[in-house]
Design a protein around this ligand. Structure first.
Ligand code: S3P
Length: 444
C-alpha cells in the first residue's frame, strides 16, 4: 500500500461503531468448533489475524459459511482432519498459540508457519507446557516454523504461568478440555479473561478460585458439550481499536465523540482509567452485556492532558494500548513514565523500540531506560519535513502515529499502512472522515 501523508484533523466529532473485538473473535471461532452445535457469529473482527484463525479451522475440516447480513455460520464437526497444507498464520500470535492448544489432542502432524514477525516471536512459552501434557514438537528452535504432533493421550498438568499471557493461558485451557484429568493453571499475575468468560457462557465447566493470592483455573478434561441445536455469539466492539479514536478526540481541538457498544472487560478498560487520570474527559453508559462481557458506549471530548506515571503491575492490562497511550503522553503537559514494558519487546514488533524511534522522529523528547519509557509531553523539538514513520509492519504502531498526525502541526507520512489490516482494515476509511490525507487509497 502507498504511504499515507496525514495533516492535522478537523474536530473528531460524531458517533462511531467499532470492529468486533479481535481477542474474542479468535476465541469465538475456536470454541465454536468444539461445542458440537451449529453456531452463528455476528460482528466478527474482519482483520487478517482473525481470518487466519478462520482459514486454519477450515483446513482442519470445519465448515464455515457466510450467512449474509454479517453473520458467519460455523457447522458442528465430529473431529478435526489433518490439514493438507501448513497452517499459515501470518502476523497473528493469538492464532498461533490458541491453535497449538486446540490441536494438542490431535494425533496428526501440523506444520505451523507465520510471517517474518511471527517467526521472531517466542513460542517456547507455549511449547513447554504443551510438551508437559505430551505434545511433541520438531524442526523448531522455539520459534515458528513449528511442526507439532498432538496426542490422544493428553495429560493434565498443574502449571504456574511464568509470564502473564492470555494467549498461553488460553492455549492451555483449550488443550485441557481434551486432557485426562484435572488441569490447574495458576496465574500469579492476571491477564485478560475472555477465554474464561466465553467458556462459562458456553457452559464449559471451569472452576476459578484464589489460593495464596494467586488465581487458579481448574478445568476437567474430556469435555462433553451440552446438547443444544444452535447458538448465537454477538462479538462486542474492540476497546483496543476504540482507544485510537478516544485519544484522537482528547488531543484534537473541538472534538466530541461517542463510540457505541465497546467491550468493557476489566482487563481491557484500564487505559480509560489512565486517560481519565491524565485529565481526559471520558464518560461511559452501560449497554446490554454480550456473550458474558459487559459493554458500554464511550463519550470523550477535547481535554487538557497532563503527564502520568504508570506502574509496572498494570502492564498486562495495558499491553495493547501502550502505543496510543504514548501518543497521549506526547500531547500532555509534563513528563510521563510507563514502567515495566518488557513484554512489549515480544509483540508484532519490538514495540518499545518502535515507539521510541517514531516518537523521536516526531520531535518528541523521550527515552527508554531498562524497560521503562519516559516521554516529555509537548515542547516538541524541530523536525525535518515531512515527518516519516516506519511502523516496522506493526498495526498498532501505524494506527497510533496516524492519530499523532491528526493532532500534529506538521504533516506526517506513515509507511507500511497495509499493516492495519491485521486488526482494523477500515481504519484509514474512518480516518478520512476527520482529515484530508494524501495517499493512493481509494474508498468505495
Ligand atoms: C491477546 C493477548 C495479549 C495481546 C494480544 C492478544 C489475546 O498477548 O497483546 O494482542 O487475544 O489473548 P499476550 O497474552 O501474549 O500478552
Amino acid at each position: 500500500m502507498e504511504p499515507v501523508t496525514i495533516s492535522s484533523a478537523r474536530e473528531i466529532t460524531g458517533v462511531l461503531g467499532i470492529p468486533g473485538d479481535k481477542s474474542i473473535s479468535h476465541r469465538a471461532l475456536i470454541l465454536s468448533s468444539l461445542v458440537k452445535c451449529s453456531v452463528q457469529i455476528t460482528n466478527l473482527n474482519q482483520g487478517e489475524d482473525v481470518a487466519h484463525t478462520k482459514n486454519a479451522l477450515e483446513l482442519l475440516g470445519v465448515n464455515i459459511q457466510n450467512g449474509g447480513n454479517g453473520i458467519l455460520k460455523v457447522d458442528c464437526l465430529d473431529r478435526f482432519v489433518q490439514p493438507k497444507s501448513p497452517l499459515y498464520l501470518g502476523n497473528s500470535g493469538t492464532s498461533a498459540r490458541l491453535l497449538m492448544g486446540l490441536l494438542a489432542s490431535c494425533e496428526f502432524k501440523t506444520h505451523f508457519l507465520g510471517d517474518a514477525s511471527l517467526q521472531k516471536r517466542p513460542m517456547k512459552r507455549v511449547m513447554d507446557p504443551l510438551s508437559l501434557m505430551g505434545v511433541s514438537f520438531t524442526d523448531t528452535n522455539g520459534c515458528f516454523p513449528v511442526v507439532q504432533r498432538g496426542t490422544s493421550n493428553l495429560q493434565s498438568i498443574s502449571y504456574r504461568l511464568p509470564v502473564p499471557s492470555a494467549q498461553i493461558k488460553s492455549a492451555l485451557l483449550i488443550a485441557a478440555l481434551s486432557a485426562d484429568g484435572v488441569t490447574r493453571i495458576i496465574e500469579p499475575i492476571l491477564s485478560r479473561d475472555h477465554t474464561e468468560r466465553l467458556m462459562r457462557f458456553l457452559d464449559i465447566p471451569l472452576k476459578i478460585y484464589y489460593e495464596n493470592q494467586e488465581r487458579v483455573l481448574e478445568i476437567t478434561g474430556t469435555y462433553i458439550p451440552n446438547k443444544r441445536k444452535s447458538l448465537l455469539l454477538d462479538i462486542p466492539g474492540d476497546p483496543s481499536a476504540a482507544a485510537f479514536w478516544i485519544v484522537a478526540s482528547l488531543v484534537v481541538p473541538n472534538s466530541n465523540l461517542r463510540i457505541n457498544k465497546v467491550c468493557w472487560n476489566p482487563f481491557r478498560n484500564v487505559f480509560i482509567d489512565i486517560l481519565k487520570r491524565m485529565g481526559g474527559q471520558i464518560q461511559t453508559i452501560a449497554r446490554e452485556s454480550q456473550i458474558g462481557e459487559d459493554c458500554v458506549d464511550i463519550f470523550s471530548k477535547t481535554s487538557s492532558l497532563h503527564g502520568i506515571e504508570i506502574s509496572a503491575d498494570l502492564s498486562p492490562s495495558l499491553i495493547d494500548e501502550y502505543p496510543i497511550l504514548a501518543i497521549a503522553a506526547a500531547f500532555a503537559n509534563g513528563r510521563s513514565v510507563f514502567r515495566g514494558l518488557r513484554e512489549l519487546r515480544f509483540k508484532e514488533s519490538n514495540r518499545l523500540e518502535t515507539i521510541e524511534a517514531n516518537l523521536k522522529a516526531c520531535g518528541v523528547r523521550c527515552y527508554v531506560q531498562n524497560d521503562d519509557l519516559f516521554v516529555e509531553g509537548k515542547g516538541f523539538e524541530p523536525t525535518t519535513f515531512p515527518i516519516e514513520i516506519y511502523p516496522q509492519h506493526d498495526h498498532r504502531i501505524a494506527m497510533a502515529f496516524s492519530i499523532f498526525a491528526l493532532a500534529s502541526a506538521q504533516p506526517i507520512t506513515i509507511h507500511q499502512t497495509e499493516t492495519v489490516a491485521s486488526s482494523y482494515p477500515d481504519f484509514y476509511r474512518i480516518l478520512s472522515r476527520f482529515s484530508d490525507f494524501n495517499s493512493g487509497l481509494i474508498f468505495c
